[in-house]
Design a protein. Structure first.
Length: 188
């Protein structure tokens, strides 16, 4: 009999306007295999807050204490500044926060679902950590049929990699949401 996969506190990063249903499905289907510490729509009112304060709130109030960040990758997730900030905060090791493992899950509505992933169609900071011989991040397709035990193993593998391979967090943080055609013609 295989050993039970540990339960992890996870932060789920996603494009709130387009992928909220998938995020809710993910949390529901994972059940008690994870502890969800994500920001939900409306949790942070960015009105009047400076960018640095929003990033600090994400890092210190939501990512703090988590062990793995899961990025749900839809067609336009790569463009979102909050996704970039959440990945960047997850990769930072500070006095208050340990570094998180990083796992990307390509959603069925993504153009690369079920195919070879194009690194230009996933969040750039995630792509920087997925490429190479011993990548920091892991990326998988959304499982069909649903397989919570397999996903729990993916999460645990991402957790184990967090101190094995140094992450690349050198990309300049997004100032605003990106527009344009993937990495060509980015407007920041």
């Amino acid at each position: 009999m295989a050993a039970k996969t540990p339960r992890h506190k996870v932060f789920i990063s996603y494009y709130h306007e387009e992928d909220i249903k998938r995020k809710e499905d993910f949390v529901r289907m994972m059940g008690n295999r994870i502890i969800d510490k994500s920001v939900d729509t409306g949790n942070i009112d960015g009105t009047g807050l400076k960018t640095a304060r929003i990033r600090q709130k994400i890092r210190d109030e939501y990512i703090r204490g988590t062990t793995v960040t899961i990025v749900l990758i839809g067609p336009r997730t790569w463009q979102r500044k909050y996704v970039d900030w959440e990945i960047g905060s997850s990769l930072r090791k500070t006095k208050l926060n340990s570094r998180c493992g990083l796992l990307g899950i390509v959603l069925p509505n993504h153009p690369d679902y079920g195919k070879t992933f194009n690194s230009c169609r996933i969040p750039p900071r995630l792509a920087d950590n997925w490429e190479g011989d011993d990548p920091y991040a892991l990326i998988h397709d959304w499982p069909n049929p649903w397989a919570p035990a397999r996903i729990a193993r993916w999460i645990h593998r991402a957790f184990l990699r967090r101190d094995r391979t140094p992450p690349d967090n050198s990309l300049r943080s997004f100032v605003r949401n990106r527009a344009g055609d993937y990495r060509r013609g980015w407007q920041n």
